[in-house]
Ligand binder design. Sequence first.
Ligand SMILES: *[C@@H]1O[C@H](CO)[C@@H](O)[C@H](O)[C@H]1NC(C)=O
Ligand SMILES: *[C@@H]1O[C@H](CO)[C@@H](O)[C@H](O)[C@H]1NC(C)=O
Length: 116
Amino acid sequence: MDKLVLLLLLLLGVFPFMFFQDPATLCMVCHNFKQGHCLRGKGNCTMKQGPGCRTRDFFVFNEKDGWKHNYTELDCSEYCSPMSFHYGGMKISIFCCKGQEFCNRYQGKLIKYNLT
Ligand SMILES: *[C@@H]1O[C@H](CO)[C@@H](O)[C@H](O)[C@H]1NC(C)=O
Ligand SMILES: *[C@@H]1O[C@H](CO)[C@@H](O)[C@H](O)[C@H]1NC(C)=O
């Protein structure tokens, strides 16, 4: 067989795998995640596409300390988009991640960033 045809057949055989390769990400689910531990509602979920696993940090405001981290919630959301907003005396910071198993447990409060 012609070498070129052989190459073409090889590419046709390989390409479909490359397109369907986008790996699903296993995310951690936790209703109340504090200091690296899940206190309540532990589980897992899978994101096949989209922005990936979601991490939501909840902060509460008090006069003495300003914004203080209260707890973190981990889950899957097709509409995850990174943002930060106030809601009365509460502040919520959202992070999204994918490509690494349980990556959402390493996002958010555990990563040092300035909260202003
Ligand atoms: C994901 O959760 C299921 C039950 O909800 C459990 O059987 C499975 O072991 C979990 N997988 C991992 C990797 O923790
Ligand atoms: C912090 O979160 C817990 C739930 O995990 C809630 O019961 C508590 O009221 C919150 N603390 C403040 C100061 O809002």
